[in-house]
Structure formats: C-alpha cells, structure tokens
Design a binder for this molecule. Structure first.
Ligand code: ADP
Ligand code: MG
Length: 238
C-alpha cells in the first residue's frame, strides 16, 4: 500500500476527561496538496493542528509525517503559522527574520530568499507600520525559512481585511506552486474555496467529509453549499 506524505489515523483528543475535541479523525495528504480544514469555532481545527505539530498529544490514533511522528526528526520539514501574531513590532521585517534565522540556525541568505518570496524585500521600516497583509505575509515568510516541505497555518486570514486576505491567498498559492504542501485551518469557507485542492469538514470534532475540491463543486456548486449539506445533517440528529 502506498504511504502518503501525511497520514492521520483515527485521532481522538479529550481535554480534561470530558471535552471531546476530536473523535476518530483520519485522512491522508499527498505532497503538493493544499488542504483546507474547515469548521466552525470549537470544531477541533486548532487541536488537530497542534497534534500535527507535536504540541499536543492525541489520546488515541497516530500521525505520520513522511513516516515519522510529529516533533521528532521531521521538525525541520514542518513549519507553522499559528493563530496569533508572533512578530516584534519595533523591529524591521529583516530584523524579525534574523531572530528566526538564529533560532533555526540558518544562514542570512535564507532571510533574503524568503523576504523576496513574500514580496517584502523592498520594504523598509518597523513592522508596526506595516499593513495587516504585510504582517501576515511576514509571518508566512518566517515559516518558510529553512525550506520546509509542509507548512501548517491556523486561521491565516482571520482578522484581516479583504485586501490583506487577497495578499495571503496569493502567497499561499505561490507556496503550493513551489511544491510545498500546505494545510490551512479556517472557518472562512470563501477563503479556502479559492486556494485548496482538498477540503475536510470538521464538525464537533468529527471529520464529516474529506474530498478533492472539485468533487464538492461538481456535486454542490459551492463549498458553502457542500458545508451546509454536512452541517445540516448534524443539526437534524436528535
Ligand atoms: P477550533 O480551532 O476549531 O475553534 P479547538 O481545537 O480550539 O477548535 O477547540 C475544540 C474544543 O476543545 C473546544 O470545545 C475547545 O473549547 C476545547 N479546547 C481547546 N483547547 C483546550 C484546552 N487546552 N483545554 C480544554 N479544552 C480545550
Ligand atoms: Mg482554532
């Protein structure tokens, strides 16, 4: 049997012995895919991301990233953009990335490469003067340092205006075009629809569907319709 790049097998997570954040979640991701994990707040997206990063342990099930468990030897291959801004506002973009370069033990050329990739190479001045889109792009640039194979993002468009959302979507597509596998957790269906090759619907900690984007669009026309189809099944259940 072919082993996928990322294997998520029967993941269950219960917080404090009573909050079931995830229940029996399984899916597989191949290299180069852009995967959207979609679901309302509280559906378990961030928990799943933390498990993929080895920041939270699952109570049941396994995750393999290229045959290795999260947080072990593959930490260099996997990178993340988490929900909250992790920039130093009084530093420039380059100074922020210098800190990342130090923590990841990377050469300064890597800073030039990712600044250019994110379209921030000409930008001077402190990060606190940046637009929201530029700040989020800088966080993605930091995640890109060290040439990861997989970048995981938690709500990358959250709190952004339309212009910034457009910039972030363009950058995510650019990552995918350069061969990086991307996983995006989001409650914003519209943002996911434009960038993802595959989408999973998480509802109350269960993965209700996991399919290529095309198959949702063929069957339901929009991702929104598809999502509501699966969500309505849940609310009808007594
Ligand atoms: P999402 O990212 O989809 O909003 P989360 O994974 O953050 O979902 O949360 C899923 C469920 O787990 C929610 O009910 C949330 O309150 C709960 N939860 C998340 N983190 C913790 C934690 N550290 N301790 C206890 N409960 C948690
Ligand atoms: Mg979340």
């Amino acid at each position: 049997m072919k082993q996928s790049f990322l294997q998520i097998e029967d993941i269950t997570k219960v917080y404090d012995k009573r909050i079931t954040a995830l229940s029996g979640v399984s899916f597989q991701v191949d290299r180069g895919q852009v995967v959207g994990l979609v679901g309302p707040n509280g559906s378990g997206k961030s928990t799943l991301i933390k498990i993929l990063l080895g920041l939270v342990n699952a109570d049941k099930g396994q995750v393999y990233i290229h045959h290795e468990k999260p947080g072990e030897d593959n930490s260099r291959k996997v990178s993340a953009v988490l929900e909250y801004e992790t920039l130093f506002p009084f530093f420039t973009a380059r100074e922020n990335l210098k800190i990342t370069a130090l923590t990841k033990d990377l050469p300064k050329e890597e800073i030039d490469r990712v600044l250019k990739f994110a379209g921030l190479d000409k930008r001077k001045g402190k990060v606190k003067k940046f637009s929201l889109g530029m700040r989020r792009r800088l966080m993605i640039a930091a995640a890109l340092m060290g040439d990861p194979e997989l970048i995981i993002m938690d709500e990358p468009t959250n709190g952004l205006d339309q212009i910034a959302i457009g910039e972030v979507k363009t950058l995510i597509r650019k990552l995918a075009d350069s061969g990086i596998t991307v996983i995006v957790a989001s409650h914003a269906l519209h943002d996911v629809e434009k960038i993802c090759s595959h989408v999973g619907f998480l509802l109350n900690g269960e993965l209700k569907a996991y399919k290529p984007m095309d198959s949702y669009i063929t069957q339901y026309e929009t991702l929104d319709n598809a999502f509501h189809h699966y969500a309505s099944k849940i609310t009808q259940t007594p």
